[in-house]
Design a protein around this ligand. Sequence first.
Ligand code: MN
Length: 320
Amino acid sequence: MTGKTVGVLGFPFSKGQPKGGTELAPKELRAAGIVDRIQALGNNVIDHGDVDLSGLPADSKVGVAKNSLAVGEANKKLSEDVAKYLKKGEQVLLLGGDHSLGIGSLHGHTQVQPDTVVVWVDAHADLNTPFTSDSKNMHGMPLAYVVKEMAQFLPKTPGLEWCKPSLSTKDIVYIGLRDVDPGERKFIEQLGISCFSMHEVDKFAIKDVVEKALSQVDPSGNRPIHVSFDVDAMDPIHAASTGTKVPGGLTLREAFYIAEEIAATGRLSVLDMVEVNPKLGSPEEKEVTVANTVSVTAKFYGSKRQGDVPPNYVIPRPQA
Ligand SMILES: [Mn+2]
């Protein structure tokens, strides 16, 4: 995995959901050494800091979706930043932030690489529209705003006017789902979105799930890959400090395996790591969640459980 340039971008944002704290995650992940870990694997890493989210509009009332003006404006900036660094030839590692950032991340990515495929690793489908969502929180809606076939189900959403859907349902595959709303289940079925829920993870085991997922979405195996990794895909044992945890999730080993196999394709282009919330859970749970998020991220950039060897490592010998 040497020779790649990874541009790291923080998105300190939490208005896609009601619990404050995800805006602190980029800082926590950096403090836990995420940048150094990826650099030590032989990647060239540039930390671009955080997306400038100053001066976001304040949403005075709940319109069609909560905080849609702020979510829309923040994601517009994000989309521009993601596109900017991809155009420079970098891979982008995005540190969220809540999962509403999928809107800007996918929009920006498809502006530069329209043939990208999306692997959405999550306990939830994040495919709600403002009409199918009970909570009206936009971290449950990002895919609805970037998928062409979903446009017919969406209301006009203040703040999101700039966002033209640029992906097709056939470009997307889910892994890890286990808490899917009725409307989302209907969309998945009717639009034919590839989906490997925890049931399929149990049934086929993670090796076959990853293989099938990648071959379904990209049979020829040559398209850029966008992974949107919600830490709530993992079991709460491994990632308790997150806003919408659901029991029965991926083990840490299964999360590692997904990341290792994606890394092995050599086609990872954008990785979103989202929904770490340092304000939730005990201090120990926070520490475990952050540490596991850093470890999974490192696997996406070449860290191996068989052991990592720094590029300049020389076996020590006794002096003659
Ligand atoms: Mn999510």
